[in-house]
Design a binder for this molecule. Structure first.
Ligand SMILES: [Ca+2]
Length: 377
């Protein structure tokens, strides 16, 4: 469903169309599964006792998980927002604790949020975005050990960026290394909405820094700030052309997906959604918060996937034709709230549920890391 459709019709009609679409998707999915079964194909690439209809549950019992990092060997790291733990999921499906990020002070949407991993000069660093008593910050520490025994070296924590505003809500928290080797950080306005367009305030921004936290060369204002006028950035991903996309929670009218330009002003708090204003860049897509509340985003085999919390689905589209490609809803209400998505091994989508942080309704095994049934984009 394209965003224009949602803008032009009432919510009830949008719901009706969505239900119709879901029904067609379910039929299509069942058809594909039957076809694969007839052809003798293995529908799931990692069979497990909890595997069903081509989906595999890779980890269960997670507590308020927030971010997935897929590792080169097919394992993954997961952050837990409330207790600051970093969990390792091995390629063979073991779940264990790699360590606890020191100094995490959680509360509301703040706590341990985004993770990223980068090897620099022979040291493998875990980067983490987390809250302290007085700020949100990005730190890094060595990640040592072999798959199955990964360990955070919590005695060697280094600050990367400090002084990002912290509040009960609007804490941002996504971090990712771009194709240029720089670290990008999505922040929230931390309740000071009037400062989201203020270049001197680190809230309501996308930041771009070197791996050790200096303003990246070529940044538009000579500081760490890369783009301004965001409300609460939740997801960062690059498409195959190298363009940066970012998801953002709206106030109560429009959630946004933006294509980010260096120095761009995305309008908050003066504009929300597609305002057509001369002094701000419009989002490429908007959704009603009930249909989305978008968090993590990821490119998987040419498709951009967007995790949706309130929308309890994953949105998908082809970012090479953003104006004409239809938006497709995947897995609606199958897994509950979805916090993050990632490209798993073999070009498969992985998703992280978010039903245990007090806002969802936990199901058996929640929260979970899941490899859903394969879908074409
Ligand atoms: Ca905007």
């Amino acid at each position: 469903m394209d965003s224009g459709m949602l803008e032009d019709i009432g919510c009830e009609e949008a719901d009706m169309r969505r239900d119709h679409r879901s029904a067609r998707l379910a039929v299509a999915t069942a058809g594909v599964a039957a076809m694969l079964a007839l052809a003798g194909c293995t529908v799931s690439s990692t069979p497990s006792p909890s595997s069903s209809e081509g989906s595999s549950t890779l980890a269960t019992g997670l507590q308020a998980p927030w971010s997935i990092v897929v590792l080169d060997d097919g394992g993954a790291l997961i952050s837990q927002r409330g207790d600051g733990k970093v969990l390792e999921v091995t390629a063979s499906g073991q779940l264990r604790t790699a360590g606890t990020v020191p100094g995490v002070v959680s509360g509301g949407e703040a706590g341990l949020n985004g993770l990223a991993v980068r090897e620099i000069d022979g040291i493998r660093w875990l980067y983490a975005y987390h809250a302290t008593e007085e700020d949100n910050r990005v730190v890094r520490m060595p990640l040592s050990g072999e798959p199955g025994s990964l360990s955070l070296d919590t005695g060697q924590v280094e600050d990367v960026v400090t002084g990002i505003p912290r509040a009960a809500n609007h804490d941002g928290g996504r971090i990712a290394f771009g194709p240029d080797g720089m670290l990008y950080i999505g922040t929230g306005d931390a309740g000071q909405r009037e400062r989201a367009r203020d270049r001197a305030y680190l809230g309501g921004k996308i930041l771009r820094v070197t791996p050790d936290g200096e303003p990246a060369p070529g940044n538009p204002f000579g500081t760490a700030v890369y783009s301004i006028g965001h409300r609460n950035v939740q997801g960062l991903a690059w498409d195959d052309s190298g363009a940066l996309w970012a998801s953002e929670f709206g106030q109560d009218t429009w959630d946004e997906l933006n294509r980010i330009e260096a120095g761009g002003d995305y309008g908050w708090p003066d504009h929300e959604g597609k305002a057509g204003a001369a002094d701000a860049i419009d989002p490429i897509a908007v959704w009603k918060p009930a249909d989305a509340s978008p968090s993590g985003i990821a490119m998987v085999d040419g498709t951009l996937f967007i995790a949706a919390l309130r929308g309890e689905r994953v949105w998908a589209f082809d970012p090479s034709h953003p104006e004409t490609e239809p938006w497709r809803a995947r897995f609606t209400e199958e897994y509950g709230r979805v916090r993050d998505v990632a490209a798993g091994p073999g070009g498969r989508l992985w998703l992280l549920t978010n039903n245990t942080d007090g806002r969802g309704q936990p199901r058996e095994g929640d929260d979970r890391l899941v490899q859903p049934a394969f879908v074409e984009g």
